[in-house]
Design a binder for this molecule. Structure first.
Ligand code: NAD
Length: 231
C-alpha cells in the first residue's frame, strides 16, 4: 500500500513552532510579503536574514512531538511505500527518524548561494554575510522557497501522489499551492484521502475522512490503525 503524507506548519505547532495563518495572517509578526518573497528580500535583505536566523535558532531549541514520532514509526512499518512531503522548513521530521522525506519548501538548516547555486548545510546565522563555502561569494540566503519561487522535487512528489493508495494531509491550511492541489490529484487517481487538522482546511474538494483535533493525538492514533491493518 503506497502512502503519501503531506505535512504543514500545524504538525510542528505542539513542538512550539508557531504556524502562520492561525492568528492574524502574519508570520511571527511579519507580513508574508516582507519575509517570504524575493521582492521582500531585495527591499531589506538584512531584515529577512535576521528573520530566518531567528527561526533557525528557535527550531534548534525545540524537539519533535508525538506526531513526528508516529510518522517515523509509520515509515518503519511501511518502508519505501511511504513518502512524507513536508512544506515545513524545520527539521523535526528527520530528527524524529523519518528518512523518506521531501522538503518541498526548502530547509532552514541549509543556505542557498545566489552566485553558484550551492546548497550547503548551514546551522549558523547568515546575517553577517559569510562567504559561500563553495565559491567564496558573500551571496548566501536561506534555502527556503519563497512565494513566486519554484518548490523543490515537484516531479518526484507528483509521481508519488498519482501512484498512492492513501493520501494524508496533516496540519496544513490548504492555502499554499501546489501543495494544496495534491488532495484533488490523489483523489482523481483513486486514492483514499484523509485530513488530520485542528479544523477543516480550505481544501477545494472534501476528504474521504476528515478528523479535527491536535496532531499530537490524531496522528499516533491514525498510524496505529494503519500499522494494525497491515498486520
Ligand atoms: P499554515 O500556518 O498556513 O496552517 C497551519 C494549519 O495547521 C492550520 O490549518 C491549523 O488549523 C493547523 N494546526 C495548527 N495547530 C495544529 C495542531 N496542533 N494540530 C493539527 N493541526 C494544527 O501552514 P501551512 O499550510 O504549512 O503553510 C504555511 C507555509 O509557511 C508553509 O509553506 C511553510 O513553509 C511555512 N511555515 C513553516 C513552519 C515550519 O517549518 N514549522 C512554520 C510556519 C510557517
Amino acid at each position: 500500500m503506497r502512502i503519501v503524507v503531506l505535512t504543514g506548519a500545524g504538525i510542528s505547532a505542539e513542538s512550539g513552532v508557531p504556524t502562520f495563518r492561525d492568528a492574524d495572517g502574519l508570520w511571527e509578526g511579519h507580513s508574508v510579503d516582507d519575509v517570504a518573497t524575493p521582492e521582500g528580500f531585495e527591499r531589506d535583505p538584512d531584515l529577512v536574514q535576521r528573520f530566518y536566523d531567528a527561526r533557525r535558532r528557535a527550531v534548534a531549541s525545540v524537539v519533535p512531538n508525538a506526531a513526528h514520532h508516529a510518522l517515523a514509526r509509520l515509515e518503519r512499518a511501511f518502508g519505501d511505500e511511504l513518502l512524507v512531503v513536508t512544506q515545513n522548513v524545520d527539521d523535526l521530521h528527520e530528527r524524529a527518524g523519518t528518512r523518506n522525506l521531501v522538503h518541498m519548501h526548502g530547509e532552514l538548516q541549509r543556505a542557498l548561494c545566489a552566485a553558484c547555486g550551492a546548497r550547503p548545510v548551514w546551522d549558523a546565522d547568515l546575517e553577517p554575510r559569510p562567504p559561500c563555502p563553495v565559491c567564496g561569494e558573500r551571496m548566501l540566503r536561506p534555502d527556503v522557497v519563497w512565494f513566486g519561487e519554484m518548490p523543490y522535487d515537484l516531479d518526484r512528489i507528483e509521481d508519488a501522489v498519482v501512484a498512492c493508495d492513501v493520501f494524508a494531509s496533516i496540519g496544513t491550511s490548504g492555502s499554499v499551492y501546489p501543495a494544496a492541489g495534491y488532495v484533488a490529484l490523489a483523489s482523481a487517481c483513486g486514492a483514499w484521502t484523509v485530513e488530520l487538522n485542528l479544523e477543516p482546511s480550505d481544501a477545494l474538494i472534501p476528504f474521504d475522512d476528515a478528523r479535527a483535533g491536535w496532531a499530537g493525538e490524531l496522528v499516533p492514533a491514525w498510524v496505529d490503525e494503519l500499522v494494525t491493518a497491515r498486520g
